[in-house]
Unconditional design. Structure first.
Length: 112
């Protein structure tokens, strides 16, 4: 299991890439995460996570075409690999196991 563990932020990054499908590049991933979790994330934190996930073999990336609105610069697009999909599935299963192991129900937040 060494190397296949996902931290919470790495899991969120992978999920954002899945949601964005073929439109997953740095800024779109950053915006998707910020919109869903309700707080901004730094570009550095995101790129660090993307780099680690790529080194683990969970992502692959490639350059898109240059665009005028980006001053002729290319975007780096990301997609999950088979190992990335498996890592997300394993993380989901682990969470499900823990939730199922909770005796009774989770306390209602408004009654806590």
């Amino acid at each position: 299991m060494k190397g296949s563990y996902l931290g919470e932020f790495q899991e969120i990054v992978l999920l954002a890439i899945v949601v964005l499908d073929n439109k997953a590049y740095g800024v779109s991933i950053q915006e998707e995460i910020a919109n869903r979790i309700g707080r901004s994330i730094s570009r550095g934190a995101l790129h660090s996570a993307l780099s680690r996930l790529e080194k683990k073999g969970f992502l692959k990336s490639g350059m898109g075409g240059a665009t005028a609105e980006r001053g002729g610069r290319q975007k780096r697009f990301y997609e999950l690999t088979k190992a990335g999909r498996e890592a997300l599935h394993n993380a989901e299963q682990l969470r499900i196991q823990f939730y199922k192991a909770i005796p009774g129900r989770l306390p209602n937040i408004s009654n806590a």
